[in-house]
Design a protein around this ligand. Structure first.
Ligand code: KG4
Ligand code: ZN
Length: 337
């Protein structure tokens, strides 16, 4: 039988504080992935410092490319296209990746593919199991909390989401008031495991819409810690972390359930950095079981920012011939849906 030639995409991701390059074959197979995180550097400042992030990307990106090709035992000759995250993210950081990709595209005469970071988080699921449509995507990251209905490749229908803070942002803020180190999300999750749900917190958006809101929940925790501290009362930190996580995740589950009921989907995915949260994964799995839905969640490595997901998201664009030219620019706020 005639076998189609393999398509190897070299993908670059520098939207935040990870310098990452991957080689993805046919949109589903990760040949090689390198992720160089700057987490320890930014932890000293309690969060990502944009100026430092872009400088570190510049210092490291060439070495990350060399390491990736060496580990894959491949040369640029075997690469069919260059993909890069152009939006959304920190502008200075995105620009490093975009300029690097444009230069590689020019020198090696390879087509250039511009990939949206959120599309990347969604397509990370193709590295586990090819997505089946229609599907419901729960996107949970530092900048997004959205419910997306997908009826085909790159058909993103935004059916609801947060009206204010993203869930990841909320985790990071709660971490800060609990004196937990950056990155906050994983540390709040760890602490919540040791606590009980004893604090009565406001339910984020107690209605039947697909909208969510996390700023009230966040503020109530900040105020609670502030008031108790002023009164000289002790905060039961683990209990507060647990109460927060239960309340926030419950809202994500409740709104996902409404969407499942309305759209009668049989497939669901979780995408974005917060999908690394085991409690969330477990609760959404229970929901999927209840409705006999196939749930796909990327493995940990593909949940947080990485270039493998960018290569996976680039593949459908490659097949459609949707290439960018050398005028490609980075944007910090371009929305996918
Ligand atoms: O997708 P991501 O790596 O970057 C963005 O595109 O925003 O997501 C980062 C967010 C951060 O807010 C981080 O605290 C959160 O994901 N996060 C978690 C966990 N791991 C990462 N939140 C809760 N539990 C986790 N295990
Ligand atoms: Zn991300």
């Amino acid at each position: 039988m005639y076998k189609m030639k393999d398509v190897n995409i070299l993908a670059i991701e520098t939207s935040c504080d990870e310098t990452s390059i991957a080689i993805i074959r046919n949109g589903t197979e990760c040949v090689e992935l390198t992720v160089l995180t700057q987490m320890d550097t930014h932890a000293e400042f309690g969060g990502v410092v944009p100026e430092i992030a872009s400088r570190m990307h510049t210092e490291n990106i060439t070495m990350v490319l060399e390491e990736t090709l060496t580990k894959a035992k491949m040369t640029m000759d075997e690469i069919d296209a260059i993909a890069v995250t152009y939006s959304p993210g920190l502008l200075g950081s995105l620009l490093v990746g975009v300029e690097f990709a444009k230069t590689l595209s020019l020198i090696y005469k390879k087509p250039l593919i511009a990939v949206n970071h959120i599309a990347g988080h969604i397509y990370a699921n193709n590295l586990e199991r090819k997505m089946e449509y229609p599907l419901l995507a729960l996107v949970v990251s530092g900048g997004h909390t959205d419910l997306i209905l997908m009826k085909g490749d790159y058909e993103f229908e935004h059916i609801g989401g947060t009206l204010d803070d993203a869930i990841g942002e909320c985790y990071d803020k709660v971490a800060r008031v609990l004196d937990l180190k950056y990155p906050g999300g994983p540390n709040v999750e760890k602490m919540a495991l040791e606590g009980n749900h004893t604090y009565d917190l406001p339910i984020p958006m107690n209605d039947d819409s697909f909208n969510m809101s996390f700023s009230g929940l966040k503020s109530s925790i900040i105020n609670l810690v502030h008031n108790e501290t002023q009164r000289g009362n002790e905060i039961r930190k683990a209990d507060l972390a647990r109460s927060f996580q239960d309340t926030a995740v419950d809202e994500l589950v409740r709104k996902s359930e409404l969407a499942i009921q309305k759209y009668n989907v049989k497939n669901m995915i979780i995408a974005g950095g917060v999908s690394a949260n085991k409690f969330l994964r477990g609760e959404i799995q229970k929901l999927a079981d209840k409705y006999h839905i196939t749930l796909s969640v990327p493995r940990m490595l593909y949940c947080t920012d990485n270039a493998a997901m960018i290569g996976a998201a680039a593949y459908p664009l490659y097949l459609k011939g949707e290439f960018a030219d050398l005028t490609l620019n980075a944007t910090s706020s371009d929305e996918l849906y």
